[in-house]
Design a protein around this ligand. Structure first.
Ligand code: SAH
Length: 223
């Protein structure tokens, strides 16, 4: 008797995720994200693959989602907005991300920058993320377990630095590691947080406040 072969169902969302993701990108465009490179990158990166299967069906909602260890993956709009600000319409060289989390933003960044370094303070979360990213074979992304409030001096300077957790004040180390002409995008504040863009000009740093945001805190130690 012939054996019945059961088809392998990888994930129910697999069938519809391309369309759902395209709709997410349309919502981002409607919300004012205009940088085509960012929209293309977010069309390409499978956001549902970065969260646990139990919540994968919500991966394309415009909301933050839990990723364990009390942390969250940022909502699609804020990921898009931060990378759009970082790019300022130009190709990016070397970039640092502070707060790898589940690795989603790092994967999007890796599509718009030549070289991406991403650091995370929670060792176990980073190990889970490494395992998740492995099959995606992103060759221009380096991950490191360290306290990113000190930046990552060994690969500095960076053309762009993006911080995915809110700092009470802008860490001096991050300003120091910014290349001339470089841009830092960081949520600042404790109760009330603002997304701040810092540009390193020839004669100093120029800060602009972009919009109100809600992020987990930037903590200054390792776990
Ligand atoms: N970019 C992430 C968002 C993760 S939330 C994503 O796409 O999923 C912010 C992350 O910053 C958390 O994982 C948190 O552990 C991390 N974090 C907080 N303080 C940090 C620090 N000082 N150094 C490195 N990572 C930090």
């Amino acid at each position: 008797m012939a054996r019945r072969v059961t088809p392998v169902v990888t994930s129910g969302i697999g069938m519809t995720s391309d369309r759902t993701r395209a709709r997410m990108v349309e919502r981002l465009r409607a919300a004012g994200i205009a940088d085509q490179a960012v929209l293309s990158a977010m069309t390409a990166v499978p956001r549902h693959a970065f969260v646990d299967e139990a919540i994968a069906s919500r991966a394309y909602d415009d909301s933050a989602l839990p990723i364990g260890w009390g942390q969250t993956i940022s909502a699609p709009y804020i990921v898009a907005r931060m990378i759009e600000l970082l790019r300022a319409g130009k190709k990016l060289g070397k970039v640092l991300e502070v707060g790898t989390g589940c690795g989603y933003q790092a994967a999007v960044l890796a599509r718009v920058a030549r070289e991406v370094y991403s650091v995370e303070r929670i060792g176990q979360l980073l190990e889970k993320t490494r395992a998740r990213l492995w099959p995606l074979k992103i060759r221009n992304l380096r991950l490191k377990h360290t306290d990113g409030s000190q930046g990552l001096p060994e690969a500095a300077p960076y053309e762009g630095i993006i911080v995915a957790a809110a700092a009470a004040t802008i860490p001096e180390a991050l300003l120091k590691q910014l290349a001339p002409g470089g841009r830092l995008v960081i949520p600042v504040g404790v109760d009330e947080q603002q997304l701040v863009l810092v540009e390193r000009k020839e004669d100093g740093f120029v800060e602009s406040v972009i919009e109100s945001v809600r992020f987990v805190p930037l903590l200054e130690d390792m776990a």
